[in-house]
Design a protein. Structure first.
Length: 67
């Protein structure tokens, strides 16, 4: 019987698999110093963003059972 692979804990917290199989993540630059950023910029940074295909391949290796 083969051994089980572990899911990377850091990736689990930072990325989500969409139904389509693509990977989404929260955008950077929203955490702190919000007072110095204008409203338009903060609005644009809300929600999830998609990963680029070249990065997606690397992240999918961290989720061994998500296929």
């Amino acid at each position: 019987m083969g051994y089980k692979l572990k899911t990377n804990g850091g990736a689990k917290k930072r990325f989500k698999m969409r139904k389509s199989g693509r990977i989404s993540h929260k955008q950077r630059g929203v955490r702190h110093n919000a007072g110095s950023k204008n409203q338009k910029r903060k609005l644009r940074l809300r929600g999830q963003a998609g990963l680029k295909l070249r990065d997606e391949k690397k992240v999918k290796e961290l989720f061994p059972y998500s296929r």
